[in-house]
Design a protein around this ligand. Structure first.
Ligand SMILES: O=C(O)c1cc(=O)[nH]c(=O)n1[C@@H]1O[C@H](COP(=O)(O)O)[C@@H](O)[C@H]1O
Length: 236
């Protein structure tokens, strides 16, 4: 899959989600990210419905629990046939390894195992919060890099981080290790609750494998225009 743009479907009801999707006219297969807000309300059925309509799905449930629980949960998620899914890297190497095992075990024969992405430091976390609330003595860039290495060692296929951290660490990882980056904001768009943001073209220049974009598209006055502009900036 070449450089995807995942649209974060952060809606509070499924009617709104379908209305949004049905008004978009993508030139190729649309990549979407389904998160906790929709999954906790509609469950696996909404994943199956999106899948049946041909959307490429990033199921973002950010698992973070003891290894046994995460492995058993990952087994269930693997049966849904999504392209990728997430755990929190802070859950530790054993937990990430367990998630990977669960995904492999739960994938139906002949189907592709979902990619496992480890969320490093959320893009809403600033350098100050990392220091004052998480009491982490590393800089944000070093903490993200450290978590990325742990995730890779544990068998993750990639990480989630801000585009700002990718450039400095990319050459330490194999070419197929994925750097999936939310915190994407067109230059003129507000940051909202995001702390570490970059434009789509900055993400591309820094080496992101994929970007995740929510509100700048879903809340836009004209989502199709916003989608096209962001896609152009990302892929040009
Ligand atoms: O795992 C994620 O997708 C994620 C990780 C992270 O560090 N930051 C982050 O914003 N996200 C998700 O990416 C999306 C960003 O949405 P917008 O801020 O509206 O573009 C949301 O669905 C978040 O849940």
């Amino acid at each position: 899959m070449s450089k995807p743009l995942f649209i974060a479907l952060d809606f509070d009801d499924q009617e709104k989600m379908w209305l949004f999707l049905n008004q978009l006219q993508p030139q190729s297969k649309l990549h979407v990210k389904l998160g906790m807000e929709m999954f906790y309300q509609y469950g696996p059925e909404i994943v199956r419905d999106l899948s049946a309509k041909g959307y490429q799905i990033f199921l973002d449930l950010k698992l973070h629990d003891i290894p046994n629980t995460v492995k058993r949960t990952a087994r269930q998620l693997a049966a849904l046939g999504v392209y990728c899914t997430t755990v929190h890297a802070l859950g530790g190497k054993e937990m990430i390894k367990a998630a990977k095992e669960g995904l492999i075990e739960g994938t139906p024969e002949g189907k592709e195992v979902p990619k496992l992405l480890a969320v490093t430091e959320l893009t809403s976390i600033s350098e100050d919060v990392l220091r004052d609330e998480q009491h982490c003595s590393l800089s944000l860039a070093d903490e993200v890099k450290s978590l990325a290495h742990q995730a890779q060692t544990a068998g993750a296929d990639g990480i989630i981080c801000s585009p700002l951290e990718v450039k400095a660490m990319k050459n330490e990882f194999s070419d197929d290790f994925m750097f999936v980056t939310p915190g994407i904001r067109p230059a003129s768009y507000k940051k909202d609750d995001q702390a570490r943001v970059a434009t789509p073209s900055q993400a591309r220049e820094n080496g992101s494998t994929a970007i995740v974009v929510g509100r700048p598209i879903t809340q836009a006055e004209n989502p199709q225009v916003a989608y096209e502009e962001i896609l152009k900036d990302w892929t040009k």
